[in-house]
Design a protein around this ligand. Sequence first.
Ligand code: IPE
Ligand code: IPE
Ligand code: MG
Length: 236
Amino acid sequence: MSSIPNHIAIIMDGNGRWAQARGYPRFFGHVRGSSRVRPIVEEARTLGVKALTLYAFSTENWKRPEEELTVLWKLLRKYIHREVKDLKKNGVRLHVIGEIERLPEGARKELEAAVEELKDGKELQLTFALSYGARAEILNAVKVVAKKYAQCDLKMTEITEENFEKHLATAYLGEFSDVDLLIRTSGEKRLSNYLLWQCSYAEFEFTDTLWPDYSVEQFRQSLENFKQRKRRFGGI
Ligand code: IPE
Ligand code: IPE
Ligand code: MG
């Protein structure tokens, strides 16, 4: 049994508060926050984590002011430009989950190109959850299953957890689609519509540190804490 979690999901929260605490506009926190992604991805890969799923933008985040959204898409494009070459060299495969058809065309196209460019990566499955909401994800899966059932492609007895999961956005992760460790920064202790199905038996790590201050050392500490957990999955 490995003491390193196979699948880590992170809710990268607290960018706005980080900036406001310093008297900067909120977007400054996103700039700083986006620069924290690289070291965490690199550390996860080095430690042998199989899947890292990062919550970058929720379906509810569409409520934010237009100026903030513009900055976020710009930063996403910058991240791609800056990182794709090294991600490829390091064998990282990129995936996106969420309603990315809602993203501005430029950002969406560059994202899709990066996914294509990194498709041979075998070391780490890196996923960005963008315009993602777990309820929408589950509902989509329900619709696909209902359609198959209505067309007699699926029997009632075949609607099992195992078969259902194959219709979730994370199906490509196969045996690693369940989250082992969920980390949320910024002191909030909630899931905010993130990976509700996949987190059924996840271990939770909540830290008060705001995402722009979240360090590799803290990440390692979270993994240390994970090692101490006794996961029973309902057994004794
Ligand atoms: C997380 O930081 C990044 C996104 C949701 C895009 P926030 O922007 O939520 O920062 P706070 O929580 O307001 O401080
Ligand atoms: C969750 O953070 C989404 C991301 C970090 C991308 P929010 O800041 O949107 O969540 P709430 O509003 O505090 O629940
Ligand atoms: Mg927040």
